[in-house]
Design a protein around this ligand. Structure first.
Ligand code: SAM
Ligand code: SF4
Length: 348
């Protein structure tokens, strides 16, 4: 198949987002804002990064339109992310628009959890099936250090995140995952505690390798801990049962501790390329379609969205973005120069 085959208009309904390596891109990650109420040290410098002005950020209607056209090209899974998505005013308007797509896509949300409890009704009413909460420590006194808050603010924020997690676990039909970025010297001594959470709670814990991406110009290679090192740290907990891969699993390798209610997963972002299973396209807060997290190449949809372009033009741009997807990224933990768009505009 040539590149042209991927971007030819074809007949409506038959076109699908497929990259030049045959990977079907059916998972759209939509960053709804670049604003955040934290400054996680792996994501942003303490002073934050330059904010987009309001006109630069796509409106909710524009985001819904991109999602609708992507859906017509085979996207069946949409994750709202950010920045902190729950800071976006009127987010339910977007959630409802996504919930009306037919067939309804698998709707998910990634959040730092601070505002989760208050938004759960709206999230569940819109048909969101899974929330990922980013939580890198179980120790309230460490929370501020990792998230750029002072000690007291950190303790309060930690309590709010836990309230959100508990409330989410109480919602029938809502899957809850905790995402932890592995950080040597900051949380490597908590991996067993995180794993033990899965014994009693029906949630998934994901250990994610620290990645040199975007505005994390502060990438500190000495903090890197591989997913395999994380698994080795769990040796004392008993034999991990590896769970079979399921369709749509994404890059995680999944395990269960003996008798556990929940599950564990590791994401080898750098130590072992996960690119072969990549099924993602990302839309940044300012409307750039980003085919690879680690690449600076992207395609700006704003001129089409704001220049009177029709849905066919949007669809063609999406097919072009799919054709730009590299076979795999080039990053390693020894490369201290981050690449790609700022995480807080792109959403991880
Ligand atoms: N604010 C929300 C949150 O924190 O969940 C959503 C946006 S955040 C950019 C999405 C995910 O990216 C989070 O799980 C965060 O841990 C992850 N992330 C950010 N910077 C990262 C880095 N340098 N390496 C690995 N994961 C990172
Ligand atoms: Fe942390 Fe998410 Fe905010 Fe980045 S966007 S600073 S990961 S809470």
């Amino acid at each position: 198949m040539t590149k042209a085959d991927h971007i030819s208009p074809g007949s409506p309904g038959l076109r699908r987002l497929v990259d030049p390596y045959g990977r079907r891109l059916h998972y759209l990650r939509l960053s709804v804002t670049d604003r955040c109420n934290q400054r996680c040290l792996y994501c942003m410098p303490p002073s934050g990064i330059a904010k987009l002005n309001h006109q630069e950020i796509l409106s909710l209607e524009e985001q819904a339109r991109v999602a609708r056209v992507a859906h017509s090209l085979g996207v069946d899974k949409i994750r709202l992310t950010g920045g902190e998505p729950l800071l976006r005013r009127d987010l339910p308007v977007l959630l409802q628009a996504l919930g009306r797509l037919s067939p309804r896509p698998d709707l998910r949300l990634t959040t730092n959890g601070r505002l989760l409890a208050a938004h759960l009704d709206q999230i569940c009413q819109a048909g969101v099936t899974a929330v990922n909460v980013s939580l890198d420590t179980l120790r309230p006194e460490r929370f501020g250090l990792i998230t750029g808050l002072d000690l007291e603010e950190g303790r309060r924020a930690f309590a709010a995140v836990w309230e959100g997690i508990r409330a989410a676990l109480a919602r029938p039909g809502l899957t809850v995952k905790l995402n932890l970025v592995l950080l040597k010297g900051l949380n490597h001594d908590e991996l067993v505690d995180f794993a033990r959470l899965t014994l009693d709670l029906p949630l998934a814990v994901r250990f994610i390798e620290y990645m040199p991406v975007g505005a994390a110009k502060t990438f500190a290679p000495e903090r890197f801990l591989s997913a395999d090192q994380a698994l080795a740290a769990l040796a004392g907990l008993g034999a991990l049962e590896e769970l079979p891969r399921q369709a749509g699993d994404g890059p995680a390798q999944r395990f269960r501790l003996p008798g556990a209610a929940g599950e564990l997963g590791v994401i080898h972002a750098l130590s072992n390329h996960f690119c072969v299973t990549c099924n993602r396209l990302r839309l940044s807060a300012e409307g750039r379609l980003v085919p690879c997290l680690f690449s600076d190449r992207n395609l700006d949809l704003k001129p089409i969205l704001r220049g009177g372009g029709d849905d066919a033009a949007l669809a063609l741009a999406m097919l072009q973005a799919a054709a730009m997807k590299p076979r795999h990224h080039q990053q390693t933990q020894t490369l201290a120069t981050p690449s790609g768009c700022a995480m807080s505009r792109l959403g991880g």
